[in-house]
Design a binder for this molecule. Structure first.
Ligand code: SF4
Length: 453
């Protein structure tokens, strides 16, 4: 396996919720397919009379509840996740509305209702598969199969990796990463920064500006969430809870139970914004978009963290996210929720430890403890909506991150018997063994036992 070459801004992406693999990936697919269409020869483009879009796997099973139809439609019409306005998906709530697609010299009518929610079980190499076909009568002019592989990443057959620089300090595992740190007397955030510069060609200032923007979007999601009340979109009628918990935490001056309530409120706030289809940061996915913002909000508002400490903590968290993505998965459709909220919690625990000044061993231990206690966690969203269990699960992920930080920083390092590489390996194996029913299909677990939704 090659070394980690993912960029920070591929892992932490800004875009509309509620599920990065169901909204950000499909939105990009819609956008890229239309770009291909506009590059067709004139004679093909001008005789095109039909667009067919088929969705498979968990996109078919839970795409309706996750906003896939609206996300693809917005992509077809030229919106991209990182530049669209925060509430863009609301423009496509009416699936019976007909839109005109710009084929460059020709308009093609398309109605979101025509998207085909095809087989849940299939033989394509990734669960979240989409096939776009442009036709003239029976003749297919252009067809492309896209895979939304989690965290908003999009692959397709024949895709070539964009050219990137080589990492200055190549690593595949935490053990290799630590070896670099020891051999070069560096700190973890310095290594991640050096690799990012080498891979992307970005300057340090550009990277820090990007991190500041990510923190801003996370904070905005929390701030919006703790001020919003009422029911979330969808048939469940689930009431938002973050604002109520925040009011209680405030009344208790964020002390004692109020301190813990604030963690819950902040995580649920960003998660509820995600469930509303508003813009969040994939950290590492939309479904888990509340955990890290909760820790950042706590660090900034209640623990007096400086911006520099946040930057460094975030870079340490990113290292954990890279390792999990590289050696296991961050997709609920591949490994269940252990890859989403589990990874977010491990990243958040590392963020907290590192931002509070602990070095890499304690940081790794905090991440490992948080990961270990999410192993086996399934993905079974009720009704296919990223609401139950997802929103409270984000709160639990934030609390577990805090507890993992407490365990890792209270006990001597020599108590630790499991390293992070082993926990990630266990997560990957558990994901492989997990029945497909528990991987974002809503065919089992809570999704089946809560029948009234
Ligand atoms: S259960 Fe977890 S993995 Fe599944 S949609 Fe909810 S947050 Fe994502």
């Amino acid at each position: 396996m090659p070394p980690v070459k993912t960029s920070i801004f591929q892992l932490l992406k800004i875009g509309p919720g509620p599920s990065s693999s169901h909204t950000i990936g499909p939105m990009k697919a819609g956008y890229y397919f239309m770009k291909l269409v506009r590059n067709l020869p004139n004679e093909d483009r001008l005789r095109a009379d039909k667009l067919t879009i088929r969705l498979f796997g968990s996109l078919s099973a839970t795409g309706e509840g996750h906003g896939t139809r609206r996300a693809i439609m917005s992509g077809l019409l030229g919106f991209l996740p990182d530049t669209c306005h925060p509430n863009v998906l609301e423009e496509f709530d009416n699936k019976d509305q007909e839109f005109e697609l710009d084929l460059d010299g020709k308009a093609l009518a398309y109605c979101p209702r025509d998207m085909i929610f095809d087989a849940v079980q299939h033989d394509y190499p990734h669960s979240n598969t989409m096939i776009f076909s442009l036709k003239a009568g029976d003749k297919t002019l252009l067809e492309r199969t896209y895979y939304s592989i989690g965290g908003g990443f999009l692959h397709w057959e024949g895709r070539k990796e964009p050219k990137r620089g080589e990492p200055m300090y190549p690593y595949k595992t935490m053990a290799q990463l630590k070896e670099h740190l020891r051999n070069n007397s560096m700190r973890l955030h310095e290594l991640i920064l050096a690799n990012e510069k080498a891979i992307t060609g970005m300057s340090e200032e550009e990277i820090y500006a990007g991190l500041d923007h990510i923190v801003e979007v996370m904070e905005r999601a929390v701030e919006m969430g703790i001020q919003s009340k009422g029911a979330l979109p969808g048939p469940i009628g689930l009431q938002r809870k973050a604002a109520v918990m925040y009011e209680q935490a405030k009344a208790e001056h964020f002390q004692g139970p109020g301190f813990v309530k604030a963690f819950n409120a902040y995580a649920m706030a960003a998660s509820e914004e995600n469930a509303s289809g508003h813009c969040v940061v994939t950290a590492p996915t939309c479904g888990a978009a509340g955990v890290i913002p909760s820790i950042i909000f706590m660090l900034k508002r209640h623990m007096g963290a400086l911006q520099k400490e946040l930057h460094e903590g975030l870079l340490a968290a990113i290292a954990i996210g890279f390792l999990c993505k590289h050696n296991a998965s961050i997709s609920g459709a591949e490994v269940g929720c252990q890859g989403e909220v589990g990874v977010a919690s491990a990243m958040a625990a590392a963020l907290l430890a590192y931002a509070r000044g602990y070095r890499f061993q304690v940081t790794e231990n905090a991440a490992e403890i948080a990961m270990e206690h999410h192993l086996g966690l399934t993905c079974d969203p009720v009704g296919g909506y990223v609401q139950i269990p997802c929103i409270e699960r984000n709160a639990m992920g934030a609390i577990k991150a805090y507890n993992a930080y407490l365990i890792a920083t209270t006990l001597d390092e020599s108590y630790q018997r499991v390293d992070l590489d082993k926990a990630i390996e266990a997560m990957a194996q558990t994901g492989r063994d997990m029945s497909r029913k528990y991987k974002e299909t809503s065919l089992a677990g809570l999704a089946q036992s809560v029948t009234e939704c």
